[in-house]
Design a protein around this ligand. Structure first.
Ligand code: IMP
Ligand code: MG
Length: 184
């Protein structure tokens, strides 16, 4: 059977950038920080679909205190990867009313920063008690708009990464248990 995706896996065309153990170690450090910072505060983790979902589910299981989760989805008007035009559209909104909530936005990656900036503006307009950002990956070199990030898992170089929730232009590779870089 001719399956190009399987061929790529078999040829081992993805180099590991961050292995599963390193991911889990860092995520449990982040979770500890978050647990302390939100001690006795009602916390809502807001995950941006779909890339953030793997990170969210690992992160939340390392936060032992009660908290809520909710999801939203956004899409770029352009392809959102190579040249983001800086405009994003909400394709799925939260179910939770976030007014008076302590919201922590959980992102897979911050690249140019346009997506994050727009999502933050939208959430801010709903008057949460507090609003912070946690991203697993930060490609700081690519930043076009300054956005403050409270919790960063890893700073990574300017390379297109896949795995652990992150996909390529075909929607593939989200299921890899590590962060990888496609060999070109
Ligand atoms: P930004 O608006 O440029 O910060 O990019 C936001 C979105 O682009 C992220 O949430 C990802 O969905 C996607 N993205 C950026 N860099 C990568 C990458 O290296 N791999 C996979 N997706 C990426
Ligand atoms: Mg994303």
């Amino acid at each position: 059977m001719n399956n190009p995706l399987l061929d790529t896996v078999t040829n081992n065309n993805i180099d590991t950038l961050i292995d599963p153990r390193t991911l889990q170690t860092r995520i449990s450090e982040l979770a500890k920080e978050i647990t302390i910072d939100y001690h006795n505060k009602e916390l809502l983790l807001v995950c941006i679909l779909r890339g953030g979902v793997v990170f969210l589910t690992d992160l939340m299981r390392q936060i032992p205190t009660p908290h809520l989760i909710d999801f939203m989805a956004v899409s770029s008007y352009t392809d959102g990867r190579t040249k983001s035009e800086g405009r994003v559209r909400i394709t799925m909104d939260l179910l939770t009313d976030i007014e008076h909530m302590n919201v922590l936005l959980v992102e897979d990656i911050v690249d140019t920063g346009y997506t994050l900036r727009q999502v933050l503006e939208l959430l801010k307009s709903r008057s949460p008690r507090s609003l912070r950002v946690c991203t697993l990956l930060d490609k700081h070199e690519r930043r076009e708009v300054e956005v403050y990030i409270d919790y960063v898992g890893f700073q990574i170089p300017d390379k297109f990464v896949v795995g652990y929730g992150l996909d390529d232009e075909h929607g593939h590779w989200r299921n890899l248990p590590y962060i990888g870089v496609a060999r070109t």
